[in-house]
Design a protein around this ligand. Structure first.
Ligand SMILES: [Mg+2]
Length: 166
């Protein structure tokens, strides 16, 4: 059971994503969580860094889909400067939005990776949908209250994961 909470990779940030390695594994699409994965949850627009990062991914041939449990307003506004596929109110860890993301990108589950900062939504949901999963450290200490509650348990899972995977 606990393995379902383990990511395939645990990185400090999205900047450590090795796109060459992903390509070699047959990955063609990247699903990104937004809040605390790309920007803090109270930052409304993508930073220049995120914009150029996404441009690079696109030029390398990757398809991109945002999948956020946040509202339509949040996701549509954030995506304005990015223009990638986007799913709001994604209901992660439900597998529904991941299946939708694969449909949008015309990919199968073994061709995509989910990148997110939360074990119980991004990683657990991604594993259930048979995606490759990359956990990143949250970009900000600030969390919404419900997320804060989960961080304590997440720390325990991460400690367990690091003990058994390093
Ligand atoms: Mg998040």
């Amino acid at each position: 059971m606990i393995k379902r909470l383990y990511p395939n990779l645990y990185l400090n940030s999205i900047n450590e994503i090795d796109t060459v390695a992903l390509k070699q594994e047959g990955i063609k699409g990247i699903i990104f969580d937004i809040d605390n994965t790309l920007v803090p949850y109270d930052v409304l627009d993508p930073t220049d860094e995120i914009i150029s990062f996404f441009e690079r991914l696109k030029s390398e041939g990757f398809q991109i889909c945002l999948a956020s449990n946040n509202t339509e307003d949040r996701v549509v506004r954030f995506n304005k400067g990015l223009k990638v596929f986007a799913i709001h109110k994604s209901g992660k860890p439900s597998t529904k939005s991941f299946k939708r993301a694969l449909e949008l990108m015309h990919l199968t589950s073994n061709q995509a990776v989910i990148v997110g900062d939360q074990i119980f939504t991004d990683v657990f949901g991604g594993n259930r949908a048979n995606l490759k999963t990359i956990l990143v450290k949250p970009v900000s200490e600030k969390d919404e209250w419900i997320t804060k509650v989960k961080r304590g348990i997440e720390r325990k899972v991460i400690a367990h994961y690091e003990k058994h995977n390093r």
